[in-house]
Design a protein around this ligand. Sequence first.
Ligand SMILES: [Ca+2]
Ligand SMILES: [Ca+2]
Length: 317
Amino acid sequence: MKNSRKDNGKLAQAVPVIILICLLLIILAVAISFIIIYVCMENKLKDIEIENRSLKIRFQNLMTNHSELMTYNNELNTSHSKLMTDFNKLNTNQTKLMTNYNELNTNYNELMTSHSKLMTTYNKLNTKYSKLMTNYNELNTNYSKFMINYNEVSTNYTALDDKVKKFAKDVRDGIISLHPSGWNCTSFRKSVYHFPTDSSNWADANITCASMSCCSLVIVDDSAEQEFIKNYDKEKRWIGLQKDGAGNDFQWVDGTSLATAFWASDEPNNENTEFCVTKGAEFDQDKWNNDMCNAFHRRICEFKPECYVRKKLETDD
Ligand SMILES: [Ca+2]
Ligand SMILES: [Ca+2]
């Protein structure tokens, strides 16, 4: 019993110590826990601080990006406005173009209609052209044949013409005689002239000269022929010029009008009585005078050998 009491006293003395030790242990555990928590918290704070700095940097970067994006957005807005302006212009132009297109389309359709009509006309004309070409080719063939014949005839005609001219020259030169015997002949240019010595009125003189083909009272064509007949002699001789009593102008016997005249001074006179003409006037033997047709004068006949030969050839044919 005494030992048990001793043990209980010892135990009673040991309990506070144990409690104290326990408290110390608890305090120690709490302190360690606090230290651990503090260390953890400190690390966490460091991480948070690092993360905070990183976030600040990212925030600054984002702000920079935001500014750039705002700038870019403004630029895009400006571009958008310009594009809208351009779009509106394009839209206006498109409307005009559509109007023009519609007009052009209408014109095109009208042109196509015209084209169809023209093609129809063209085809008809082409058909006619083909027929015409056929006719033309036939005509061309005929023309070629004609030209061959023409050339042959032309060659023959030239040869014959040369013969006629040679013959006429022989007549003029007196080598060949075609006119009645007793004609007092001389030639000038392409004519042969007869200056007889007998006299008659103008009508008989005209008939006598014209009794031979291609012969008549002289027709004075120009001043050279006038020079020739006035130089032959100074006789008054009937020439182939007269007028009727109806007031018409003087005419040559072949029906041609008087173009060049060689009247003496004051001639023609007595217009109501003197209708026939002589070379050789009363006061000017080298010029013309109108006289009464029933007066008696010698005459000049003009004979054209070429005309005679050609007529003879035509008659023989
Ligand atoms: Ca003549
Ligand atoms: Ca007269």
